[in-house]
Design a protein around this ligand. Structure first.
Ligand code: HEM
Length: 410
């Protein structure tokens, strides 16, 4: 990958590109290396796993430009696709989940799902989500101290919510939890991910048959008895689209909820504001999403034509990653970006991405995080970390950033 245009990005001082992904040194902040890259104002070349190179885009304006340009491709079949996990490109190229498709195929599939996540639809789920969170807080409190906020709360909330939405029966929940713990870890080998995906697809395949026979009030039933029955989507594609929705919907909340709880405990003045005035919660959730930017490295792209940015051009044919945490911590867009300020009321962050792939489940994501945190802090007012935050094991190599475990006491 040698950019030949005069606008080609600055490759930085060193001849060898730095390796990517780069680990965070603090769970509440983007990797330290992002700020100097952003200050340089041009994309930085990095080496991604598997011997390829790609450009990192870091400024807020550039990230939005790079994600909304029509030449920005998410198609994993492109040789330059900058996959970060072992086997990720081959799996995505074979399964073609719509997160890794381009219009018009992407538009067609997304349209089938978008109605499931409208503000109105999601609002109707509030009571059910509150019930789930209350049940899971009881479970957390039944555990010996220190309990794990990830395994004993957030993971249980996120898997139960997404399975309820899609119509995965509660008796399959533990099986689903086992599958996702393997497929969500970037440390899993391609074989392990392959076996976990085969299990997931076996489960969805069975559910498609069951819901064709006796439909319920759930997302899988509606897709099976709508687009699949009418021949608008193949069974293979439907399996992939249900699989990505299950995975994306669960993995993000599983990582976001404990991290957000810790972030608030680390900023007690902000938590006090929420305790005094619960109407501040929706704004606080957006600020936590911005501050933590857990989906930082999910936006893998290839430029199918030259993509012009503020200070340089991404050359046609090159892979790039539009870093969401770098954009959300750009001081030109968010003054004092490192400060958690729940009154910031800036919803223009890119924690849910930008452009045609912007998170389809964002209304549900916002609601789930809000309810999970509110119920947690209401029911466990003395919640506190049982180990120093600096000692917590980070999930630096997974597609969605998070913590392996968060021991807590109360
Ligand atoms: C809780 C916080 C969440 C965050 C931070 C988040 C973040 C993101 C981001 C950044 C993207 C864009 C990926 C790209 O441009 O390549 C995305 C897409 C997506 N998200 Fe989320 N997400 C969240 C919750 C959810 C939930 C609850 C669901 C489903 C129930 C969901 C399902 C999806 C799907 C299916 C896509 C692909 C959309 C497309 O390609 O058109 N997400 N998400």
């Amino acid at each position: 990958m040698t950019p030949s245009t005069p606008e080609a990005p600055d490759t930085g001082a060193s001849a060898d590109p730095v390796e990517f992904p780069i680990a965070r040194s603090c769970p509440f902040s983007p990797p330290d290396a992002y700020a100097p890259m952003r200050e340089r104002g041009t994309p930085t070349k990095v080496a991604v796993p598997g011997g390829k190179e790609a450009w990192l885009v870091t400024g807020f304006k550039d990230v939005r430009a790079a994600l909304s340009h029509p030449a920005s491709s998410s198609d994993a079949r492109h040789p330059a696709f900058p996959a970060l996990g072992d086997g990720e490109q081959a799996v995505a190229a074979e399964l073609r989940p719509f997160i890794r498709m381009d219009p018009p195929d992407h538009t067609r599939v997304r349209r089938m799902l978008v109605g499931e996540f409208t503000v109105k639809r999601v609002r109707e789920m509030r009571t059910a989500i509150e019930e789930i969170c209350r049940e899971q807080v009881e479970y957390l409190l039944s555990r010996p101290m220190p309990a794990d906020l990830v395994g004993d709360y957030a993971n249980r909330v996120s898997t139960t919510v997404i399975c309820r939405l899609l119509g995965v029966p509660m008796e399959d929940l533990e099986f689903f939890r086992r599958i996702t713990s393997v497929s969500g870890a970037r440390t899993s080998t391609a074989e392990e991910v392959g076996a976990a995906l085969a299990d997931l697809f076996g489960l969805i395949d069975r559910l498609i048959d069951e819901k064709a026979q006796s439909p319920g009030d759930d997302l899988i039933s509606r897709l099976v008895n709508g687009p699949l029955e009418r021949g608008e989507i193949t069974r293979h594609s439907l399996l992939s689209q249900i699989g990505i929705t299950l995975n994306a919907g669960h993995e993000t909340s599983r990582n976001m909820i404990p991290l957000a709880a810790l972030d608030l405990l680390d900023n007690p003045d902000q938590l006090d504001l929420l305790r005094e005035d619960p109407s501040l919660w929706p704004g606080a959730v957006d600020e936590l999403l911005r501050h933590l930017s857990v989906a930082d490295v999910i936006t893998l792209r290839v430029a199918t034509e030259d993509i012009p940015l503020e200070g340089a051009t991404i050359p046609a044919g090159d892979g790039y990653i539009a870093l969401l945490a770098a954009a959300n911590h750009d001081p030109e867009a968010f003054p004092e970006p490192g400060r958690l300020d729940i009154a910031r009321s800036q919803r223009n962050h890119v924690a849910f991405g930008y452009g045609v792939h912007q998170c389809v489940g964002q209304n549900l994501g916002r609601l789930e995080i809000e309810v999970a945190l509110r119920v947690l802090f209401e029911k466990v007012p003395t919640l506190r970390p049982a180990v120093p935050v600096g000692d917590l094991p980070l999930r630096s190599s997974s597609a969605i950033f998070g913590l392996e475990e968060v021991p807590v006491s109360w």
